[in-house]
Every structure is written in C-alpha cells, then in structure tokens.
Design a protein around this ligand. Structure first.
Ligand SMILES: *Cc1c(COP(=O)(O)O)cnc(C)c1O
Length: 393
C-alpha cells in the first residue's frame, strides 16, 4: 500500500556499514535500517548463529519451552534492573504490552477505576492504535480518531508541567497508573532526557506507586554508549521496552519488568511469533557480540568523534546548521528554521554523495550508523555530509 515516502533507491546487498544499490553503487549507511543493524550488514557472527538456527529449528510457538528465549531473557535480566521479560516482534507491540501492564498495575495496586498514563509531547511510541495514542504528536492521530482514551501529555523534561498535570489528575485520589517516556526522544527530533528531570520524576513515581516505564526501543541495546539509556539518566525504571537494535536487523521486541511491577499472569498477554527461536538467537548474538567486541566503549568513542565532527560542520555552515544533539551513535544535526532546506531534503541530497542519513522531524538530520562503525568510516560520513552541505550553497 501507499504508506511510505521512499527514497529513489533500491538496495541489493550490504557489508558492515556499507550497502550497494542495483547499479552497483556503494553507500555509507548511517541509517542502519533505522537504528536496527547493530552489528552492521551481513555480520559474520550473526550469519553463523542464524544459519545454524535455521537448520535446527525456527518456530514452535509459546505452547512449549524455548531455550533460546530463556537464554536471551536471562542475559537481559542479568544486564539490567529487570527481573522478567515478555517477547514480541516490534517496538509498538512492546509498548502495547507495557500499556496493558500499566493499566493492570493501576487497577490492582492503586485501585484506579480508569487508569491514565502520562506521556510527553513530541514523543514517539509506534503506530498501532494504543502506541500511537501514547505518542504525543497530533499529526500521528489525525484521521484515526477516536484515539485510545487514557493518555495525557506534558512537555518533555519539564518537571513543573509534569507535577501540575499529576496534581490535577490526582486531586480526588489515585488516577495515574504510569508515566511512559523515551530516555532520549528519537523520532521527535533527537532530544536527550535531562538527568535532573528524570531523577525527580523517579522519586515522585516511587512515592505514589506510579510505574515509570521507559521506551528504550531506539536508544537501548548500546546505542547511547551505555547498554540502556536510563544509565545515562542515573535512574532505574520499573519497566522498559526494547525492539530496534535488539535483533541486529531481525524482528524482535521485548517488555522487561521489575518483579514488583510484574502483574501479568497466564492468559493476560501473548504473541504467536513472540520470542521465537530464530529471533531470540539473533538477539542473543547481538548481546554477546556487544560484550565480546567491547562495543559500548567503542560507541562512546566513535560517538564523541561523530559529535565533534558535526560541531565543526555547524561552525562551517552557520546559516544552515544551528547545533548538534545526541548520545553515542544517535546524533541529530539541527537545521536553522529559515535556512530554506528541510531535513528530508538534505537526506535526499546526501544520496548524491553516496551517504544514507534520515530525518527526525522536519528540521533534524539523524545519524544512527551500525555500532561497529570505524574511525575512518566516521571521517567518511563527515566528509560526505560536508560535501552535501557544500552542494547546497
Ligand atoms: C521506532 C520506535 C517505536 C516503534 O517501533 P516499531 O518496531 O516500528 O513498532 C517505538 N518507540 C520508539 C522510541 C521508536 O523509536
């Protein structure tokens, strides 16, 4: 169906941070399947483990125990504040699970009749009906009303706005089941969370037994230079969701939850494909390779190199660029409102320099390369971006 604005480009194969089109032209890929190809394209470890898994078993359903699922869950629990994991197939689906969990927790633990969930404006939580309702961007709701009820929005990183919204809702007793936020807003324009805001939010939620749920779909699994975005904020959530980078390019999503917040019982939630052996082998390989190759440190270093290079571009093109925002290998280059070019236009122009980048909103150009990008490849990325900007002038 006609649901995508596609670039005029057909990609045929990839290797590491590079992809080739149907004419044999080679592009540097700073999109990486929208922050999914954690280990780059056609990674050797992933190829090996997945072909072995294909020969062994692909899918059996959750009617039976799945050792690959248990192994990935064990790794995730050992490396985070969570105690249990529900697997699904995408980010939106992971957030749907989180929303159901939050509502049940609100009913059960705070005796709320019609529990509400507070989320941020300019957020992004996915395109299914509840996830899009949680998304604080009216343009995503338009044409699909009525949206799911029970969501209220406040400006991101604004503790006073949050507190006044909470006080308004809870004037006559408990009403709010959860707060759902991204640790860094990705699609909404690459806005990093403020540690002071999140720490205050954490203590308010704990005081009232309101769940603090983080949407780590874009930031989690190492992209920020820490395994989880909340490590950069100095807090621990009650639950968090994963998808994009978890499978290294394969479809998998997850809801991770702390024991105190885990109110799901058999029959509450399910997914036919969720946690299948193939997807979980992909996730487990990504997890192990992040550790084996020391990718967190690598992301931190390459992220600094990228951010510094982008700052130099801002200095070189002050009429077009106003700043750089981001963590690790999730960086946004902010365009001037009056520069006469939008981020989607700039991303299209970059194709001529054989560079793949993607917009995050109208005025932010986003770079989310594979976490394995080398220092030389970061230099190439910056050089190609420089040439793209020079071409505009
Ligand atoms: C991409 C994204 C989603 C949606 O994930 P899908 O796999 O496309 O459903 C949800 N939340 C955040 C923060 C995302 O970046």
């Amino acid at each position: 169906m006609n649901t995508y604005n596609r670039f005029p480009l057909t990609l045929m194969r990839g290797q590491g941070c590079w992809v080739w089109d149907d004419h044999g032209h080679r592009y540097l890929d700073a999109v990486a399947g929208i922050a999914t190809d954690t280990l780059g394209h056609s990674d050797r470890a992933l190829r090996r483990s997945l072909s072995r898994q294909l020969r062994r078993l692909q899918h059996v359903s959750n009617l039976y125990r799945i050792p690959e699922q248990e192994a990935l869950a064990t790794w995730l629990v050992q490396h985070s504040c969570a105690d249990s994991v529900f697997f699904c197939n995408s980010g939106a689906e992971a957030n749907e699970a989180a929303i159901k969990l939050a509502r049940k927790h609100g009913h059960l633990k705070r005796s709320i009749d019609r529990p509400r969930i507070l989320t941020a404006s300019a957020s992004f939580h996915g395109r299914t009906l509840a996830a899009v309702s949680a998304t604080g961007q009216p343009r995503y709701h338009q044409s699909f009303e009525p949206i799911v009820e029970g969501f209220d929005y406040f400006p991101y990183n604004d503790i006073h706005a949050f507190e006044s919204l909470l006080v308004r809702h809870e004037a006559n007793g408990p009403a709010v089941a959860a707060v759902l936020l991204e640790p860094l807003q990705g699609e909404g324009g690459v806005h990093p969370g403020d540690a002071g805001f999140f720490q205050r939010l954490r203590s308010i939620c704990s005081e009232r037994n309101i769940l603090l749920i983080l949407d780590e779909v874009q930031v989690g699994m190492g992209r920020s230079g820490q395994l989880w975005g909340f490590e950069r904020l100095g807090i621990e959530p009650d639950a968090f969701t994963l998808a994009k980078g978890l499978g290294g390019g394969h479809a998998i999503g997850a809801l991770l939850v702390n024991a105190r917040a885990d109110v799901f019982e058999p029959g509450d939630h399910a997914s036919t494909f969720g946690g299948n052996p193939f997807a979980c082998t992909a996730g487990l390989t990504v997890a192990r390779e992040i550790e084996r190759r020391g990718l967190l440190r690598h992301v931190e270093e390459r992220g600094q190199q990228l951010q510094q290079g982008l700052q130099e571009l801002v200095a070189r093109y002050p009429k077009v660029l106003t700043g750089v925002r981001g963590w690790g290998l999730l960086q946004g280059l902010v365009l001037d409102q009056d520069c006469g070019v939008t981020a989607p236009q700039l991303a299209k122009a970059a194709l001529e320099q054989r560079l793949l980048v993607v917009a995050a909103g109208a005025m932010v150009l986003r770079m989310v390369p594979p976490l394995v990008i080398s220092a030389n490849e970061v230099r190439q990325l910056l050089r190609r971006l420089d040439a793209t900007l020079a071409g505009l002038a």
